[in-house]
Design a binder for this molecule. Structure first.
Ligand code: SF4
Ligand code: SF4
Length: 384
């Protein structure tokens, strides 16, 4: 990876969620840039203080868009973490990424065992808020993964789904919405046996393992005769399209769902005050918010306010920095207090918000579109 020289202009600072919470130079993008270089040049030694600075980056990408030199700090952080010593928590995420089904089955078991859950919380092995977050959504037992295909007689196109662990194991009903919407658009759909995209591996410094999982996923999806891959998770979308290209030289063609949805009913009007929360990966990497907002407006939601800014989840960040993750989340809770409904495109942000705002209506945009289409279809006596 080519490392450009930071001119220390500081423009990135005020957009970095990590800096805004720690308020220290060494926690801002240019601080991490300097620390990473010094470590790589062996001018400083690895210790707990340094690890804290490097692992408190949420990899949100806000700094890339603001930096006049477009220095890719998250890629530099991935490289730095790969060179650092691995700790217990790194291995926890490694095995989570390699065996998500086992991990979520264990979580499901835990969810049904209040005593075990209480012991774990008391021992503080896992942040208690993180445990609760996994249960606020659906907490269904992980289904057996198998290849599925939804055929069409004269399809408009053929796509394969990459669901991502959050959708697959925490919000499985999102898959039903996605399949229903794509079927309504007359697309043939393939759901291959699912793997993790590898984001938790790279975030924890396991570069070789990420490379293996990336190659496996590329091989799987390239073996189908498809127009492209669809995913309901912006983190997976960024990973399988951009990061795979960066680390393997090959990418998977990701189609944005908003480009495929055309059949929307007219004459629907909602007066609800809606806040559309733009996740970090949507706003800073895959940039599909304009198209999603267009769809929602066409659908009849005219009172939408676009909001961006990190929700504080970021996987390993909420594991290692529970208090700071909650502080970032709390800012969002205050900001979103006046909304009747929150719509977003990220399953992880949904998990975070449902945990903190239990009485609020919170949806993935695919769920809300599918809900309205289904209600309309039923009213008109036709099945969509
Ligand atoms: S990726 Fe996000 S958290 Fe990390 S340095 Fe950049 S702005 Fe800060
Ligand atoms: S905006 Fe870019 S060049 Fe300026 S301080 Fe941040 S990383 Fe360095």
């Amino acid at each position: 990876m080519e490392i450009l020289e930071c001119n220390r202009c500081g423009k990135c600072k005020e957009f970095c969620p990590s800096y805004l919470i720690f308020l220290r130079e060494s926690f801002c993008p240019r601080g991490r840039f300097q620390l990473s270089l010094l470590l790589q040049e062996q001018k400083i030694k690895e210790n707990d203080k340094l690890r804290k600075r490097i692992f408190s980056c949420l990899l949100c990408g806000a700094c890339i868009n603001i930096c006049p030199l477009q220095i890719n700090i998250p890629m530099l952080i991935y490289e730095t973490r790969a060179k650092m010593q691995k700790k217990m928590f790194n291995y926890f995420f490694k095995y989570f990424s390699l065996y998500p089904k086992f991990f979520f089955s264990a979580l499901h078991f835990l969810g049904n065992s209040k005593i075990l859950c209480t012991i774990l919380k008391k021992q503080k092995k896992i942040p208690s808020s993180l445990l609760e977050k996994f249960f606020v959504i659906e907490s269904k037992k992980a289904e057996k993964q198998s290849f599925k295909i939804y055929n069409k007689i004269k399809p408009k196109g053929r796509v394969a789904l990459f669901l991502g662990c959050s959708t697959n194991y925490i919000m499985p009903s999102l898959t039903e919405s996605l399949v229903s919407l794509l079927s309504n658009e007359n697309y043939e759909i393939i759901i291959p046996k699912q793997n993790c995209c590898g984001a938790p591996l790279l975030s924890n410094g396991f570069k070789e393992e990420t490379l293996k999982i990336a190659k496996k996923n590329i091989e799987t999806y390239k073996s189908f005769n498809i127009d492209g891959v669809i995913t309901p998770c912006p983190t997976c979308a960024h990973f399988i399209e951009n990061i795979y290209e960066e680390i393997t030289g090959e990418s998977i063609n990701v189609i944005q769902i908003s480009d495929l949805i055309e059949n929307l009913p007219v004459n629907y009007t909602s007066e609800s005050k809606i806040f559309f929360h733009e996740s970090c990966h949507s706003s800073n990497y895959i940039k599909e918010t304009d198209k999603i907002l267009n769809l929602l407006t066409k659908l009849g939601f005219h009172n939408i306010q676009r909001k961006s800014g990190c929700c504080g989840f970021a996987g390993i960040f909420s594991f290692l920095f529970e208090k700071e993750s909650m502080d970032i989340l709390q800012k969002k809770v205050l900001e979103y207090e006046k909304a009747d409904m929150i719509i977003t495109s990220c399953p992880n942000c949904i998990m975070q918000f449902k945990f903190a705002m239990k009485d609020k209506k919170i949806f993935h945009y695919l769920e809300i579109i599918n809900k309205i289409l289904t209600e309309r279809g039923e009213k008109n006596g036709r099945k969509i």
